[in-house]
Ligand binder design. Structure first.
Ligand code: UGA
Length: 441
């Protein structure tokens, strides 16, 4: 099938590469000429395991091409995906200017039937606005053609995006146009084999499904983080509690890990956007308001623990940080808890030695205003002479550290673990003072 993808960011690129891999003829369009030049030359502007190989293979086969020419992409694709950014506006709502600008251009160029599919995360009602915008341009031009606007939200996780796309838990299609539904069904058939993973619904339900999924997962995390505070006080271990409740199939063990809070480009933004949508309709989404508040507090947790151990003033202290990205297998620093902790430590006079396998460059840009942060290229160099080690991201290389070497390099054997990577008993046996989240005071 001929497919066009508008927006060659994270979602657009992964979608384009995976659809091409299944034999579709995919044309990706973006207004950023330097990005398109890079992609056409085979280099990938983001870090995502498996993506470079996929792009290279399908580009070589001629099934995946990149352009800045919007008109040719409208002519090319029978299905046109909109995968442009929806950043948060000042008030927490999703800024739709890029999505609506694409709708406007589509309306100015369309000549015959196309399915326009919203893949960007957009508030309920956006498909109707896209439909109206295209319709308005068509009537201005006096062009009479049928077209459909569908919603097909994305559920990819950074770092596991290719696998998530290729083997999805579900594909959600929101549309009331039979031809669009049948085209999208056949497009996704190879990914969902038998169609039981494909959920066809009206557009508004599809749009809300996307937010509801992220909001539910964020709620689980804030719930367990809140309980972790209590576990510390009553002398319980949140890890054991997680396993204890997770064995109930109605609850499950996933996304119940206590830690330094959730970050990334999706959970924080989507929770706030949903609260905002609620307000627009006069509904106070109280649970989600608390989820956001708990997460704000949680991002500071390691800094707070450092302060209770060392005192309010951290002048003369050197602290090591392992992991800066908001999660492993990505260089994405958006809303990363490490940023909050860095800011707090430096404000109190500490010097920081930070290490991340791939996110250091992105982090360096974001904390350029802070003095006293030194980025090092090796995890062991980060701990040299430090008063304590803070673990912010659960990269695999941090999971089995050489404890004797670690102890020798640290000025004092103290670890603040924001991802509960280690067993408190092992740490105690190794002679470490160990502070985790929800696992004893
Ligand atoms: C999230 C969703 O998981 C995807 O399904 C969705 O498609 C995506 O947002 C999106 O809307 O585009 P992502 O932001 O890539 O994916 O990252 P996650 O793996 O979900 O992690 C989010 C954050 O939650 C991380 O900071 C992680 O450390 C934290 N987390 C996760 C916890 O603190 N505890 C957990 O138990 C799980």
């Amino acid at each position: 099938m001929r497919i066009s993808i508008v927006g060659s960011g994270y979602v657009g690129l992964v979608t384009g590469a995976c659809l091409a891999e299944m034999g579709n003829d995919v044309l990706c369009v973006d207004t950023d000429a330097s990005k398109i030049r890079l992609l056409s030359a085979g280099s990938i502007p983001i870090y995502e395991p498996g993506l470079p190989e996929l792009v290279e293979r399908n580009s070589a086969a001629g099934r995946l091409r990149f352009t800045t020419d919007f008109a040719s992409s409208i002519a090319h694709g029978l299905i046109i995906f909109i995968a442009v950014g929806t950043p948060a506006a000042e008030d927490g709502s999703a800024d739709l200017q890029h999505v609506l600008a694409v709708a406007d251009k589509v309306g100015s160029l369309l000549t015959d039937y196309r399915v326009i599919v919203n893949k960007s995360t957009v508030p309920v009602g956006t498909a109707d606005r896209v439909q109206a915008q295209i319709g308005m341009r068509l009537s201005e031009r006096g062009v009479q053609t049928r077209f459909a606007v569908a919603s097909n939200p994305e559920f990819l996780k950074e770092g596991a995006a290719i696998d998530d796309f290729m083997r999805p838990d579900r594909v959600v299609i929101g549309s009331e146009d039979d031809e669009a539904i049948s085209l999208l069904r056949s497009l996704y058939a190879p990914f969902t084999r038998n169609h039981d993973r494909l959920h066809v619904m009206d557009v508004r339900s599809a749009e809300l499904t996307k937010y509801a999924a992220n909001a539910m997962l964020a709620t689980r995390i804030s719930f367990v983080n809140d309980l972790a505070r209590l576990a510390e006080k009553v002398g319980a271990d949140i890890e054991l509690v997680r396993r204890g409740i997770g064995s109930d199939r109605r609850i499950g063990t996933h996304f119940l890990y206590a830690g330094a809070g959730y970050g990334g480009s999706c959970f924080p933004k989507d929770v706030r956007a949903l609260v905002h949508t609620g307000r627009e309709y006069g509904i106070d989404l109280e649970v989600l308001t608390a989820v956001d508040r708990v997460n704000h507090r949680q991002k500071r947790i390691l800094a707070d623990k450092v302060v209770s151990r060392f005192g309010e003033q951290l002048n003369g202290r050197t602290l090591a940080i392992w992991g800066l990205a908001f999660k492993p297998e990505t260089d994405d620093m958006r809303e990363a808890p490490s940023l909050v902790v860095l800011e707090e430590l430096v404000k109190r006079g500490a010097r920081v030695q930070a290490y991340d396998p791939i996110a250091a460059t992105a982090a360096q840009r974001l904390v350029a205003h802070l003095s006293g942060v030194n980025f090092v290229s090796d995890r062991m160099r980060a701990v040299e002479g430090a008063d304590a080690l803070l673990v912010m991201t659960e990269w695999r290389e941090f999971r089995s550290p050489e404890l004797t070497a670690l102890k020798k390099l640290l000025r004092s054997p103290i670890i603040f673990d924001g991802r509960n990577l280690f067993e408190p008993s092992t740490m105690a046996a190794g002679g470490f003072e160990y502070y985790a989240v929800g696992r004893g005071d």
